[in-house]
Design a protein around this ligand. Structure first.
Ligand SMILES: [Zn+2]
Length: 86
């Protein structure tokens, strides 16, 4: 992915806004942020955004399945024992 402003390299990043977290792109060089909504608003990128949405949904589903598959890994919380109180 290349930045449309400065042609710098863009990295996919998870953004946490007021709504649900979403995947977007951030430019390393100028800090330009692209999210699926911005891409949708740019009509020439509408098809790309739709395809991207599909890919994101599939990726989330895959991650969800992976998470559910991790049954054997149990985290036990270590509770400090304060037995000796002076
Ligand atoms: Zn840029």
């Amino acid at each position: 992915m290349q930045c449309q402003r400065c042609n710098g390299m863009m990295i996919s990043e998870r953004f946490y806004g007021p709504g649900d977290p979403f995947w977007g792109w951030r430019c390393f060089r100028c800090g330009e942020i692209l999210d699926p909504i911005i891409l949708e608003n740019r009509s020439h990128c509408a098809i790309l955004a739709v395809e991207w949405h599909k890919g994101t949904a599939q990726r989330e589903k895959r991650e969800e399945r992976k998470r559910q598959g991790q049954v054997g890994e149990k985290k036990t919380a270590q509770v400090p024992v304060n037995g000796a109180h002076l």
